[in-house]
Design a protein around this ligand. Structure first.
Ligand code: SF4
Ligand code: SF4
Length: 324
């Protein structure tokens, strides 16, 4: 699960997690919940994911996916541009079964986040997540336009990795060692003074597919189940630590043993004309595009699915059966 951060409350409702836990136990399974939970990550107001999904409420353990210090992983060599290695998180590697319980929502770098992003970003170390984000830029990172900047400092306050600062000469600096290229500073800047240099959004999608493939290789094919929760479908990812309005009415919950089919079906259910009035944050406008997420983020969301499908990890054709 992506447990989300800070004050974000539109992640998967704990009630659904609890129901799933109950069903797994009734079927004789033993379980743990896992996500990237780094001790140094700053969450808003001291509220963390564990306040939403406490072990007391869920009656199930929650483990940091690659250990407390993010050093428990298995290295898988790959070769795609600057991406040389996928560090598959140890607790994922050791598990016999994966239930990928994903909140389906928008995402600034990949257009949407669902089952693929849950695995590619949530089942690896922070280092691999950083490497994946890095694919999105050519290496020079975040560009700062001094003339547009009003020195409000919001970008520095927003960065939970302490990767950016204004130096003694008043110039904006980003540490490439600490920056995850999450773009939160870019999005929060009220003056459009920050931008990600030379966006390579398709490389990022390919990186997500490579990471997904390496994680899935550690499971027998019939030992992975995908559940996408199409409720509280927000513009931004849960890693923002806040909640925006739902873009569209709730749709429901999809389940499948095919990662490509479930992502395709989830996207297909989100039609542009079902956007709720006044659901876009102030200043956000829709751009050209066929899919709603393309209109929101300017990126074709189906590219992510195509990358995973080309690796033979699933099928784009599907049939939806409704279950009460
Ligand atoms: S958020 Fe934007 S305007 Fe404010 S200090 Fe940072 S770069 Fe400058
Ligand atoms: S991209 Fe993210 S990690 Fe990098 S400086 Fe901006 S907020 Fe910090």
């Amino acid at each position: 699960m992506h447990l989300g951060r800070g004050l974000g409350y539109t992640t998967i409702h704990p009630l659904f997690v609890k129901i799933l836990i109950k069903k797994i136990r009734e079927a004789g399974g033993e379980l743990f919940i896992t996500d990237v939970l780094l001790p140094h990550q700053k969450d808003f107001g001291g509220i963390t994911a564990k306040d939403r999904y406490s072990e007391d409420i869920l009656d199930a353990p929650i483990y940091p996916v690659a250990g407390v210090f993010d050093k428990y992983y298995y290295s898988k060599k790959v070769g795609f541009k600057s991406l040389k290695e996928i560090q598959v998180a140890g607790h994922i590697h050791d598990a016999e079964v994966l239930i990928n319980f994903s909140h389906f929502k928008g995402h600034g770098m990949s257009s949407f986040g669902g089952a693929i992003k849950n695995i590619a970003m949530g089942c690896v170390t922070a280092k691999t997540r950083q490497d994946l984000h890095f694919l999105h830029s050519t290496g020079s990172g975040i560009a700062w336009d001094e003339d547009l900047c009003n020195r409000c400092n919001k970008c520095v306050e927003e960065c939970r990795y302490k990767a950016n600062k204004f130096n003694d000469n008043g110039k904006y600096e980003v540490s490439i060692h600490d920056c995850t290229y999450c773009q939160h500073c870019v999005e929060i800047c009220p003056s459009n003074a920050l931008s990600l240099e030379a966006k390579n959004y398709l490389d990022f999608q390919e990186g997500l597919a490579i990471a997904t493939e390496e994680v899935l290789k550690t499971f027998m094919p019939d030992r992975v189940l995908y559940i996408n929760v199409l409720m509280n479908i927000t513009l931004m990812c849960d890693c923002w630590g806040m909640s925006t309005q739902s873009l569209i009415p709730d749709i429901g919950i999809l389940a499948s043993d095919d990662i490509v089919a479930i992502e395709k079906a989830s996207l297909d259910l989100i039609k542009p004309d079902i956007i709720l009035p006044n659901s876009l944050p102030k200043g956000k406008v829709l751009v050209e595009g066929k899919h709603l997420f393309e209109k929101v983020w300017g990126k074709n969301p189906y590219e992510q699915i195509n990358c995973v499908a080309r690796k033979g990890l699933g099928n784009t054709s599907y049939k939806i059966e409704e279950i009460n």
